[in-house]
Structure formats: structure tokens, C-alpha cells
Design a protein around this ligand. Structure first.
Ligand code: UD1
Ligand code: UDP
Length: 371
């Protein structure tokens, strides 16, 4: 049975790498890997860490690319690959444009699609943008849905997806996290090597979402700048996403603060170690809302909504919105109110136990054997 996995951005690569490794090792499966390279450097970092060599690389990334550019280039780029390989199933992940467009291209070839990380919803078309619609559309193309949580499964059932096509798996991000989190690690990055994680309280920041570009990001970064200015024992570490729009706003607002360190995107292993050694996290990332509960690190999510309410219910994640004053107040509370901090710094594991990839491989084999 031939399974083709397709991904293109950093988070998809992190969450699919452990699965591709399992598919590669399985003697019953012929595993083909195609990357769109919607991201270039940030994708290559992950391929290198997990020692994956793609069979196909569409290499579509352009600086400042629009969603239409990604859509057109993936759609036309992947068609000949699908026609040549004729896989029994195409696997995609989550909600990026690579995900949706690959699912669409596979549908045009009448190749069944397996959707990993299926069923996450905010029910707000424009937030996150364009991810909410990407995952809804992918869900309605897919033949097999790998839902991380019971809530995700229920969301799919509510959309009249057949029960027998949904497999409850946990999130593969926990499989990836467990593969790197426990190994001893010393930072190579000079800024991180110099930081005194014992005496200082380190806040890890990331921010990149399209709906936050512009005004929201200005609010978020102003709050962070003001917190850094007020608390001398705080060091902010922000590995800045390679999107030029993000980098422009980050350096304009945070570039002059002496205890804010704007660094290059980190390889996954140092990044996990940075999160694990941080006091808390401020982010608009989806994946970090899943990783942080496992690490017991409070997260302020700088978004108006989240498709990951399990992490909020676990207590580790708080929705901080995109207004400067609210973000500032919540960050200040975590720095000054020990009780509020401890209430959030609880290790919980709503996203699985690191066996999601095994469950996915088993379900794939069963489904393809039934054919
Ligand atoms: C994309 C996904 C988003 C996902 C995010 C993870 C879409 C529309 N967006 O958003 O769902 O959460 O990835 O990070 O699918 N760039 C580089 N090198 C890289 C990566 C990006 O230079 O390795 C720059 C390029 O100028 C690129 C820009 O960043 O044009 C934006 O990249 P893009 O993939 O369009 O959007 P993201 O905001 O990264
Ligand atoms: N990450 C990383 N290096 C960094 C920043 C993030 O390896 O410098 C990891 C992080 O641990 C998580 C993933 O990248 O697993 C999140 O990616 P991103 O924020 O780009 O996308 P999202 O999660 O929002 O889809």
C-alpha cells in the first residue's frame, strides 16, 4: 500500500515527522514524502532534525507570498506528482494552505485523503485566517479523519462526518515533543547560552498569525515592551518568524529594549528546551498551546479565540486577546501573583500520550486492507 504524505510549513513538518518515520519503517507500507516548501528555511530545519529526505520538493515559497500564490503553485505543482505516484491515500495535516490545496488536488485525482489533526474549529470564518476555512474544507474532502480529542471528534460528527471514518488518536505533536524533550541539551545559540535561567525570569514569545499582522501585532508587542521595561529580572526571548511583515513590526517596537532578545527561528530541539526553561509563554501559535500543557508552562494566547479549548480547560492556557492593556495586565499578574502563576503552571496532557502515530498507522492499514 502506497501512502503519500504532503506538508509544507514548520508546524506541519514537526507534527508529521514522527508519523513519516513510522510509515518509512513499516514493511507493509510504501511511504512517499512530498514537501511543497510553502516554508523554506523553517521547513528545512525540521527535515534536518528528523533526518527526512523528501522524494518530491515543489519549492514554491516566494518572499511575502499571498494565499492565492500558495494556492495556485501548490495546485499545479502537485498534480503531476499525484498522477505519477498514484498513492492509495494522501495524508495532510491541520489547516495550512498546503493542507487544503493538496486535499483539493488529491480529490481532483479521486485519491482518498487522510486528515491528521482533524476537527479543530473556532466557527469564525476569519479567525484564524485562513486556517478555519482550510480545515473545514479539508474535512469535507477527507475520507479518514484523525481527531486529536473527543471534542474534535464531536465537531466532525456535528458536520455529519461518518462515525466510522473518524479515529481518535491524540495529537502527533506530543509524539514529536516526547522524542526531543527528554534528551539532555545545551544551547548553541549565543544569546541563549548567556541567559541566566536561574536568576532571570524568561518569557518566550512567538507571533505570526495573518489576522494579527499590523495593528494587533503593534498592541501585542507594545505590551511586551512595557512589561520588559518594568521588570528588571525579566528577559524576553522572541525567535522571530521569517515573515518580513512580522519582522518589521517586531524590530520597530521591540528592537531597542535591552532585555528583549529578537533571535532567528530556532530548531525544534532548542525551542522546546527554551519553552521548558521559561517562566511563561506569550504566543499566537496553535502548536505551542498543545506543547505547553505537557511542559507545565503558563501560556497567554494573544488571539481573540482558540480552537484548543482543552488547554484552557486544563488551566495552562489563557486567552489574552489582542489589546495592549489586557495582555500587559495578564503578564503582570503572572509576574507578581504567585498563586495566579501556580494555578496555571500545572502539567496536564489533554492532547495525548505520544502514541498518536501508532494509532494512525494502525487505522491506515485497517482501512486500506478493507479496500
Ligand atoms: C503559514 C500558514 C499558517 C501556519 C504558519 C506556521 C497559510 C496561509 N499559513 O503562515 O497556517 O500557522 O505557516 O508558521 O497556510 N518565510 C520565509 N522562510 C520560511 C517561512 C516563511 O522567508 O521558512 C517568509 C516568506 O517571505 C513567506 C512569508 O514568510 O512569504 C509568509 O509565509 P506563509 O507560509 O505565506 O505564511 P505564514 O504566515 O508562515
Ligand atoms: N517552533 C520552533 N522554533 C521556533 C518557534 C516555534 O521549532 O523558533 C515550534 C513550536 O514548538 C511548535 C511549532 O514550531 O511546535 C509552531 O509553529 P508555528 O508557530 O509556526 O505554527 P502554528 O503552531 O501556529 O501553526
Amino acid at each position: 500500500m502506497k501512502i503519500m504524505t504532503v506538508f509544507g510549513t514548520r508546524p506541519e513538518a514537526i507534527k508529521m515527522a514522527p508519523l513519516v518515520k513510522k510509515l518509512n519503517e513499516d514493511p507493509e507500507i510504501q511511504s512517499v514524502l512530498c514537501v511543497t516548501a510553502q516554508h523554506r528555511q523553517m521547513l528545512d530545519q525540521v527535515l534536518e532534525l528528523f533526518e527526512l529526505t523528501p522524494d518530491y520538493d515543489l519549492n514554491i515559497m516566494k518572499p511575502n507570498q499571498t494565499i492565492s500564490m500558495i494556492t495556485a503553485n501548490v495546485l499545479t505543482g502537485i498534480e503531476p506528482v499525484l498522477q505519477k505516484e498514484k498513492p492509495d491515500m494522501v495524508l495532510v495535516h491541520g489547516d495550512t494552505s498546503t493542507t487544503f490545496v493538496t486535499a483539493l488536488a488529491a480529490f481532483y485525482q479521486q485519491i482518498p485523503v487522510g486528515h491528521v489533526e482533524a476537527g479543530l474549529r473556532t466557527y469564525d470564518k476569519y479567525s484564524p485566517f485562513p486556517e478555519e476555512i482550510n480545515r473545514v474544507l479539508t474535512g469535507h474532502i477527507a475520507a479518514l479523519h484523525f481527531a486529536p480529542t473527543q471534542r474534535n471528534r464531536n465537531n466532525l460528527l456535528a458536520e455529519r462526518i461518518c462515525e466510522e471514518d473518524i479515529v481518535l488518536t491524540g495529537n502527533t505533536v506530543i509524539d514529536a515533543l516526547l522524542q526531543v524533550a527528554d534528551k539532555p541539551y545545551e544551547f548553541e545559540d549565543e544569546t541563549l547560552r548567556q541567559l541566566d535561567f536561574q536568576k532571570k525570569r524568561v518569557i518566550t514569545v512567538t507571533c505570526h498569525r495573518r489576522e494579527n499582522l499590523g495593528e494587533h501585532m503593534e498592541h501585542i508587542f507594545s505590551a511586551i515592551r512595557d512589561i520588559a521595561a518594568e521588570f528588571e529580572d525579566v528577559e524576553v526571548v522572541y525567535p522571530v518568524h521569517l515573515n518580513p511583515k512580522v519582522r518589521g513590526t517586531a524590530s520597530a517596537i521591540l528592537g531597542d529594549s535591552s532585555n528583549v532578545h529578537l533571535i532567528e527561528p530556532l530548531q525544534y530541539q532548542p525551542f522546546v528546551n527554551l519553552m521548558a526553561r521559561s517562566y511563561f509563554i506569550i504566543t499566537d501559535s496553535g502548536g505551542m498551546q498543545e506543547e505547553a500543557p505537557s511542559l507545565g508552562k503558563p501560556v497567554l494566547v494573544v488571539r481573540k479565540e482558540t480552537e484548543r479549548p482543552e488547554a484552557v480547560e486544563a488551566g495552562t492556557v489563557k486567552l489574552a486577546g489582542v489589546e495592549r492593556d489586557t495582555i500587559y495586565a495578564l503578564a503582570k499578574q503572572l509576574l507578581t501573583d504567585k498563586e495566579a502563576y501556580e494555578a496555571m503552571a500545572q502539567a496536564a496532557n489533554p492532547y495525548g500520550d505520544g502514541t498518536a502515530c501508532d494509532k494512525i498507522v494502525a487505522a491506515l492499514k485497517q482501512r486500506l486492507a478493507e479496500k
